[in-house]
Design a protein around this ligand. Sequence first.
Ligand SMILES: Nc1ncnc2c1ncn2[C@@H]1O[C@H](COP(=O)(O)OP(=O)(O)OP(=O)(O)O)[C@@H](O)[C@H]1O
Ligand SMILES: CC(C)(CO)[C@@H](O)C(=O)[O-]
Ligand code: BAL
Length: 283
Amino acid sequence: MNTLHSIAQLRAALARARQENKRIGLVPTMGNLHDGHIALVAKALQRTDYVVVSIFVNPLQFGANEDLDSYPRTLAEDQRKLLDAGAHLIFAPNVSEIYPEGMDGHTLISVPVVSEGLCGASRPGHFNGVSTVVGKLLNIVQPDLAVFGEKDFQQLAVIRKMAHDLCLPVQIMGAPIVRAEDGLALSSRNGYLGEEQRRIAPRLYQTLQQIQQQLESGRRDFPAIIEEARLALIEAGFQPDYLDLREAETLQPVTSASQDIVILAAAFLGATRLIDNLRVSLA
Ligand SMILES: Nc1ncnc2c1ncn2[C@@H]1O[C@H](COP(=O)(O)OP(=O)(O)OP(=O)(O)O)[C@@H](O)[C@H]1O
Ligand SMILES: CC(C)(CO)[C@@H](O)C(=O)[O-]
Ligand code: BAL
């Protein structure tokens, strides 16, 4: 399994794979890999013959006060994990390979509506950065299939719409959230948590599960449900960023007729921002 840093080298390797009629899969990541990422690789390996994992901490999707500089970069360890997982190729470009003329003035892909609100409201410009880099990665690799985690539920919806609207010839596939034994969704940013914060962190998922139970038992006073859960998060030690119920397919606000709902949350524990979500079917 090679690690390539340039687009030209990558395209040459992919041309060889295509000549052998291999179906190509892509798993875009920012590295510091955990079992959630490895599950995406496994899903791609089940459906394609040649799996490329990109590792790129994309500066275009980070806000000015976010953790771009401190984001964990662990290439050697990631390489070992991907070799064990059976991936075929790592694409780990430098920032100058992806943005040779810099990021100012770069063409942006902007996906309306679905990228507004939720993480889009808290992280202005974030989804333009994500859509632009994913659009570039899809053009560079030209995979048959690309796999993304449902942990970043809104991101997956944004990428699906981008691929649809731009007629990109790729299948976008979601993969379920992989969790620690105590329920915490695996995330590279969990590594920022101190011992006490790590003990509190699973309360985020537990709060989503409590909301799920209330919806399943027939409660429909959505604002009250959300407010109670928000207060429970604060009581547990979080600073909630958002907690919301949306239509799972469209991310539009729920109504009393909604049947396929997703509970979405982002909350800070100290300086660490965690996200999670849980889908509820009321059909
Ligand atoms: N626990 C998880 N289960 C399933 N997929 C995941 C999980 N965590 C991340 N992913 C997916 O892995 C891909 C790469 O995500 P990324 O490298 O940002 O990892 P991350 O752990 O989510 O990091 P961050 O802490 O930045 O959110 C995305 O498609 C993301 O949804
Ligand atoms: C999809 C992605 C790799 C684009 O930089 C990133 O947003 C992520 O890791 O979820
Ligand atoms: N997992 C999404 C990437 C980010 O938070 O920037």
